[in-house]
Design a protein around this ligand. Structure first.
Ligand code: CTP
Ligand code: MG
Length: 248
């Protein structure tokens, strides 16, 4: 039984607003994709790494990953129109001996090796779909467009919402990556969701939701705050602090 990690890195990082594709943006001088790849290798659980890259940056990614000397086989796959399409493209390239697949975001560059090992071990123990879930510290509300409010006879702005549910915080989790799967189940989930993959507004934003859409169980292991996703320049600055603390 061998384990592959698909490292999604084909996004542009439009919300980060950097000249480079997000996964090549340096954090303490090291590209995000290299931080993530080193932690995957450091888990000891990954035998093969497949990185999705933007079509026009494949040579840059190749150079950066070669330079990182990761010590396991690394291949590059051109990503698709959505994260879902990128994962599907990588899945199609896996060699036959792979039975467990981790899917991880380069944008979660500081997800620790201990978390990666925990997810992989859970899949290996027989759970066929596993995600890390982090507790929420805020109260979360579910909202919907508010009907019919008026102020001084004028309708309220269309952006006004109303609360339709106050879910119990103890029952909520933030879904992180890496997510781990039995290979055959993940392939089946992507095949069933393939019609959504080319439209970024309809595509799945993670893999476990595609598995859940099949009616299959998804299990949750304890997440890690350091696996938070880097989306904005503020997140990148916070990641610099997390990394400096880890090294202190
Ligand atoms: N991703 C990918 N292929 C795409 C889109 C995204 O492999 N077509 C990857 C990104 O590189 C990232 C992860 O999926 O590691 C999560 O996506 P996100 O955080 O949204 O990154 P970007 O799409 O790059 O950022 P933005 O949405 O701000 O443009
Ligand atoms: Mg995106």
């Amino acid at each position: 039984m061998s384990t592959a990690a698909i490292l999604t890195a084909a996004g542009s990082g439009s919300r980060l607003g950097h000249l480079l594709p997000k996964a090549l943006v340096p954090l303490a001088g090291v590209p995000l994709v290299v931080h993530a790849a080193r932690r995957l290798v450091g888990s000891g659980a990954v035998d093969l790494l497949v990185v999705t890259a933007p079509a026009d940056s494949v040579a840059d990614f190749q150079a950066v990953l070669d330079g990182a000397q990761l010590g396991i086989p690394v291949s590059l796959v051109v990503g698709g129109a959505s994260r879902q399409a990128s994962v599907a493209a990588a899945l199609a390239q896996l060699p036959p001996e792979i039975s467990v697949v981790l899917v991880h975001d380069a944008a979660r560059a500081l997800a620790p090796s201990s978390l990666i090992a925990r997810v992989e071990a859970a899949v290996r123990s027989g759970l066929r779909a596993v995600v890390p879930g982090a507790r929420v510290t805020d109260t979360i509300i579910e909202v919907a467009p508010a009907g019919g409010g008026a102020l001084d006879g004028r309708p309220l702005a269309g952006s006004v919402l109303e609360v339709v549910d106050n879910p119990d915080r103890d029952a909520l989790r933030i879904v992180q990556t890496p997510q781990g799967f039995d290979r055959a189940l993940l392939v089946r989930a992507h095949a069933a969701g393939a019609h959504r993959a080319d439209d970024e507004t309809r595509a799945a934003t993670d893999d476990a939701s595609l598995v859940a859409a099949l009616g299959e169980a998804v299990h949750v292991v304890t997440g890690d705050p350091d696996a938070a996703k880097i989306t904005t320049s503020r997140d990148l600055r916070l990641a610099e602090i997390v990394l400096a603390d880890a090294r202190a």
